[in-house]
Design a protein around this ligand. Structure first.
Ligand code: S3P
Length: 195
């Protein structure tokens, strides 16, 4: 008998997809707390595996090499999925690579597209660059940002769910994800006991 392919239970992993500035990391962290699931940002795993920052990978090795590293990190992350629930924030370009969306599909995990008007995404990215110095190699001109967003949005729409985040709080969006996917939110008393 051949080896059985292990796939994550659909209820056990949620991948947040969407453009730069969509709030994947902030929503993911809150979602993880609300569900008592582990939260992971794929970009952090890439940096750890490579021993350099995303900006350094882009600058020294180029985008193609970054995409290779991203794919390797995603494959490893999916292989590592175990029984305990996990929320994952993907970088803005991860889901648009067909090799990555194929891996996600095969894993059985849910994908949620966090959508917002491009104007708001641009403003959030500029604000983050100014406030926390967040470096995004693909944050260049407004024209390039709009064109990339237009090209990618149709691919993001292939995610299992689409949630509007425009003008909404991180908490409201996280609760929406829970509701849409029919997940169980931790009760306050449970949350206090576990923290
Ligand atoms: C990228 C988005 C970034 C990061 C890398 C490439 C993209 O993540 O993965 O700079 O291609 O849109 P965020 O979406 O978290 O900014």
């Amino acid at each position: 008998m051949g080896a059985r392919k292990r796939s994550a239970s659909p209820a056990c992993a949620v991948f947040l997809v969407g453009f730069m500035g969509a709030g994947k990391t902030s929503v993911g962290r809150t979602l993880g707390q609300r569900l008592n699931w582990i939260f992971e940002d794929l970009d952090d795993r890439i940096q750890e595996r490579e021993g350099r920052t995303i900006a350094e990978i882009f600058r020294d090795s180029g985008e193609l090499e970054f995409r290779r590293a991203e794919h390797g990190a995603l494959r490893q992350l999916i292989e590592d999925l175990r029984g305990r629930g996990k929320v994952v924030a993907l970088g803005g370009g991860a889901f648009v690579q067909s090799s990555n969306s194929a891996l996600l599909k095969a894993s059985g995990a849910k994908t949620v597209f966090l959508d917002a008007p491009v104007e708001e995404l641009w403003n959030r990215c500029c604000q983050q660059a100014g406030e926390s110095g967040t470096e995004r190699p693909l944050l260049q001109s407004r024209e390039q940002f709009d064109a990339l967003h237009r090209a990618r949005r149709k691919v993001y729409l292939k995610a299992s769910e689409r949630i509007d985040t425009g003008g909404r709080s991180i908490e409201a969006v996280a609760d929406d994800v829970i509701q849409r996917l029919g997940l169980k939110k931790l009760r306050v008393s449970q949350a206090t006991r576990r923290n």
